[in-house]
Design a binder for this molecule. Structure first.
Ligand code: ADP
Ligand code: MG
Length: 704
């Protein structure tokens, strides 16, 4: 599975540092030219554009506007004053402006304009020159949002100012909106985009055929770029937006298609699982597989028996029982004399997998070992030697498995748990550890099936539906106000019955000095402080420990083990416990400052409970800014439904952390453009030349 870019020398001695993604384009290397070819852009300004991913003239042309603003017409000041929150344009005679200096670079210019109907004041912060732009007695236009100050006064804050020498755009003028980088105004950026489009859009090649364009009712690239930055009508702008959104989708799908083709030529060592072995492995499990699990096992069995390297993504909700499927694949691989790597995103989870599966593996005659970044050097060395000799057959670990000194004697299978938490580079490097390894990616962060199939277009997707039998319900509640006082009694009642509790706080330490002046509502709960409070309360006798990412690994696993064994009833923790931790007698999770977490994260955290037969509770503490999210969680426990909801409310780019995975989805509208996503996949699959054209463009695909 060769990457489509030059390989990189990896001299890192430890695996703890995550490699940075390489820039997708190099300034000036693009045939359309460098950013600095454009009048008004020198090297200093060009470097500012990097913050928004714009490095070449082409990047600028393809920069997707984030919306469209239609300039309003002039209205009477008296009526505009009533339209709080609206963008208005007024015209009036200015009274001489006043400049107030507030120390340092801070200043305020106040400009009042009046027409026959009334007057309105405009405030300009830290733009002292505005005073000299305005002369009393002359006529100006102001365009901005109507706001109300603390004392009820109506004003325009930092509106656009037009004079007879420099008039504002006319009413009805359509101005694309942009996300400008620091140090460049949105206006300036818009002007550069427009100039670039006017001068260079005509030079763009059209990779798509007329037939394809007609089928999706899309404009040609050159016209789309021009209309995105200089829209003649709203309709033309929308069509341009769609066309520009199509480009990164095509690029991503093209790379996937090409990788898929080269993977098809790959040579993995087949691990055939005989019926006897199959039955033996299943017989070692402490439970009977569900129907869905059994189906996935047969998919894995088929994949592993082939020469074509397995590329399988296993999607299943939190607690659906994915680990055991990885275990099956690992044992099958070892039985065929190969080695398997089982990788988790946190040390905590890697440890849990290792300690949880070790005995079962030992009974099956399989040598397993753990390898993490925080292990003592001497211990690491021993593991590495045994691994290189082939004495260790299944290696559990974190991304420390990437370090240059980790050498397998015969790696045949890489299992990547919670794969969405790893970067593209990390996954690629793991797979690069062994030629043509079988790859099993697991994720509890489901995305709708159509999206999965297209976004992960080079993967086969297994869906693990449902949960194992015998799970109690989870009741989720947003707890606020006076109700919070009842939590302690509720926990006590539960713990008396032998149930266990997680209490999650967003930060480890107490408030820092910098937080002192923040209002109480803006402070974040500290796990250390919460732990102390519990120790001083009537809950203390049930036993409580504190767990967070800054603890030494042995101390952390010691504390977690006490919880796992039931020696303590309560664990106060940061979100380190977010993924994977599996303690079936835990029935209550309290999440503080839940407003700080996204749906996916909250769903994951909630998945720590509801793993046994007893009914569970998830108590969300958080401010109303996230009420919508809390209500969705109260309504459903189904991760797939939550994913759809996330898609709807947050948009594609943020969907369960996809942006972080490297897919460029700028400008993509999941409602309007789903057809394009599907079309992109089909087009590049059926057209080799098109796939090659697009493969060199856009962002990195999701998978190694
Ligand atoms: P996830 O899919 O979130 O990784 P796990 O693999 O951690 O889920 O499984 C959650 C729990 O369910 C574990 O305690 C596991 O032992 C248990 N489990 C998995 N499959 C079954 C099954 N078929 N029957 C009963 N319990 C199961
Ligand atoms: Mg898991």
């Amino acid at each position: 599975m060769s990457a489509s870019r030059p390989s990189r020398d990896s001299t890192q001695s430890t695996g703890t540092s995550v490699p940075l993604p390489e820039p997708t384009s190099i300034a000036g290397a693009d045939p359309l030219g460098a950013l600095t070819d454009l009048a008004g852009i020198g090297p200093a300004r060009a470097s500012k554009f990097e913050a928004i991913g714009v490095r070449t003239l082409r990047d600028l042309l393809f920069l997707a506007p984030r919306g469209l603003f239609e300039w309003p017409g002039v209205e009477a000041i008296a009526t505009s004053r009533e339209r709080r929150g609206a963008r208005v344009r007024v015209r009036g005679v200015a009274v001489p402006p006043r400049l107030v200096r507030m120390g340092g670079k801070r200043s305020l210019v106040r400009i009042t304009v009046e027409d026959e109907s009334g007057s309105i004041e405009a405030l300009f912060f830290n733009q002292p020159w505005m005073r000299d732009n305005v002369r009393g007695g002359e006529t100006y236009e102001l365009c901005g949002r109507v706001q109300r100050g603390k004392g009820g006064e109506v004003m325009l804050v930092t509106p656009r100012l037009g004079s007879s020498e420099r008039p504002l755009p006319p009413a009805g003028y359509l101005a694309p909106r942009y996300q400008a980088p620091d140090g460049v105004s949105e206006e300036a950026l818009a002007a550069f985009c427009r100039a670039a489009a006017e001068q260079h859009a005509g030079r763009l090649d059209e990779p798509l055929s007329e037939r394809v364009l007609a089928r999706f009712d899309l404009p040609e690239l050159a016209r789309a770029v021009l209309h995105a930055h200089r829209p003649p009508t709203r309709g033309a702008f929308e069509a341009a937006r769609r066309r520009l959104a199509f480009e990164p989708l095509l690029a991503a799908q093209a790379r996937l298609a090409i990788r898929r083709r080269s993977a098809d030529r790959g040579r993995a060592r087949p691990a055939e699982v005989s019926p006897e072995l199959h039955a033996e492995i299943l017989g070692r499990l402490p439970f009977t597989l569900t129907q869905a699990q059994a189906r996935v096992v047969s998919e894995l069995r088929r994949d592993l028996g082939r020469r074509v390297p397995m590329r399988r993504l296993l999607q299943g909700d939190v607690g659906a029982g994915k680990t055991v499927l990885g275990l099956y694949a690992a044992i099958a691989t070892v039985e065929a004399n190969g080695q398997a790597a089982f990788m988790a995103p946190t040390e905590l989870l890697a440890e849990q997998h290792y300690y949880g599966l070790r005995d079962l593996l030992t009974d099956a005659g399989v040598e397993a070992a753990l390898f993490t970044g925080s292990m003592p050097k001497a211990e690491r060395r021993v593991v590495l030697e045994r691994l290189a000799r082939g004495d260790v057959q299944v290696l559990f670990g974190t991304h420390a498995l990437f370090s240059g000194d980790v050498r397998f004697s015969r790696l045949d299978l890489a299992i990547i748990d919670e794969q969405h938490r790893f970067g593209v580079e990390q996954r690629a490097r793991l797979a690069g550890k062994g030629e043509d390894v079988h790859l099993l990616l697991m994720t509890a962060t489901p995305i709708p099936r159509t999206l999965a199939l297209t976004l992960y277009g080079d993967l086969d997707v297994s869906m693990l539906e449902g949960l194992p039998p015998g799970r109690g319900s989870i009741t989720t509640r947003w707890v606020r106000g006076q109700e919070r006082r009842r939590i302690s009694a509720f926990l006590e009642e539960r713990m008396e019955r032998g149930e266990q509790v997680y209490w999650v706080c967003p930060r480890i330490g107490a408030d820092t000095a910098a937080d002192e002046d923040k209002p109480a509502s803006a402070k974040l709960a500290s796990a250390e402080r919460r732990h102390e409070q519990v120790l001083a309360s009537k809950l203390a006798p049930f036993g409580v420990e504190l767990v967070h990412g800054k603890l030494p690994a042995d101390e952390r696993s010691y504390r977690l083990d006490r919880f796992r064994r039931g020696e303590i009833a309560m664990l106060v923790a940061t979100t380190v416990i977010e993924v994977g931790v599996d303690v079936s007698s835990a029935t209550v999770i309290v999440i503080e400052n839940a407003e700080r977490l996204g749906l996916a994260q909250l769903h994951q955290l909630r998945g720590r409970v509801g793993r046994g037969p007893v009914d569970s509770h998830c108590l969300l503490l958080g401010n109303p800014s996230a009420e919508e999210r809390f209500r969705v969680l109260e309504r459903t426990r189904d991760g797939f439904e939550l994913a759809e909801e996330d898609l709807r409310t947050r948009g594609m780019g943020d969907l369960m952390g996809l942006r972080q995975s490297g897919l460029n989805t700028e400008g993509f509208d999941p409602d309007a453009d789903l057809d394009l996503l599907l079309a992109a996949r089909d087009l590049v699959r059926d057209d080799d030349e098109l796939a090659r054209t697009y493969a060199g463009r856009g962002s990195e695909p999701l998978t190694p």
